[in-house]
Design a protein around this ligand. Structure first.
Ligand SMILES: [Zn+2]
Length: 281
């Protein structure tokens, strides 16, 4: 598997330039921890409202990103994530959900998608794997949050099958990006997790994604697990991008739940496209 960084465009976020070069209508990327107003363990661009930070600071951080991306908070859709695989189609009418109050986000949902313009889908992370989905012909955009639980429940496949079966999207027209998350360099799991991963990998052994480094201790390449599951779901290899960034290694850029031992902020993935900018196909 070839991995590549999301290109750093601005301090406050990494742009998924491989997609924006091809489809300039898209706004898509991953926020960093830089240039925000949060203090202490949340320094500084924390966008998580549910992690113990001062919510006024979080909202100010979110407004800063909204200004940079030119998507006001009223156009954002945020969700209440539960490490499951439920996928919800959202619309412009959901704009503003969960932006200033965590409990008002889309309930119990780790995957959202839309065909509407002027909507910015968002999802929060501190090590889990951000998955981005795009179909050029249908104009569908989607995001999914995949920690190890969402990964082994195969939320990636859930989104892809929803698009193929409900939205009648040709699987050959689905593009997937696997964003910055904890790398196998920093992620060690036990037998319990390893067994679940092994069960989820239909045609591969655990050796494809990890190795035993001590009795009952295994490195785990969670991005690669998702990559294999996306391929298994029928997406073409050339339509998949895998970020090389490790959220735990890159302390200047990212919060990391493992590295910071739980008390830390969140980055967010985002994807949206603007009114009046239809894709050509
Ligand atoms: Zn690392």
């Amino acid at each position: 598997m070839k991995t590549e960084p999301f290109i750093e465009k601005l301090e406050e976020y990494l742009q998924l330039q491989q997609w924006t070069d091809k489809w300039p209508e898209l706004t898509v990327g991953f926020s960093t921890r830089k240039n925000g107003v949060s203090q202490n363990g949340y320094q500084s661009l924390n966008v998580g409202l549910h992690v113990g930070d001062d919510s006024c600071a979080v909202i100010e951080n979110r407004k800063k990103i909204a200004d940079i991306l030119n998507f006001p908070l009223e156009s954002w859709v945020c969700k209440d994530q539960v490490h499951d695989k439920k996928i919800v189609k959202v619309s412009k009418g959901n704009g503003g959900a969960g932006t200033v109050s965590y409990k008002d986000g889309i309930k119990g949902t780790d995957g959202i998608y839309t065909s509407d313009k002027d909507v910015l889908l968002t999802s929060c992370y501190a090590d889990c794997v951000p998955l981005y989905f795009f179909s050029q012909k249908s104009g569908l955009i989607g995001l999914a949050h995949a920690g190890w639980k969402g990964t082994v429940k195969n939320i990636a496949n859930e989104m892809i099958q929803t698009w193929v079966q409900k939205e009648k999207v040709d699987v050959n027209d689905i593009f997937v990006a696997i964003g910055p998350s904890i790398g196998s360099c920093c992620y060690v799991v036990d037998d319990y997790v390893k067994d679940h991963v092994t069960d989820a990998l239909l045609s591969h052994s655990f050796a494809a994604v990890g190795e035993e480094i001590a009795m009952g201790q295994y490195t785990l390449h969670l991005k690669e697990v998702n990559h294999l599951l996306v391929l298994e779901a029928g997406v073409k290899e050339e339509n998949i991008i895998v970020s090389s960034y490790c959220t735990s290694c890159e302390e200047d850029l990212f919060f990391s739940h493992r590295r910071d031992q739980g008390k830390t902020g969140r980055m967010m993935s985002f994807i949206g496209w603007k009114e009046g900018q239809r894709f050509e196909y």
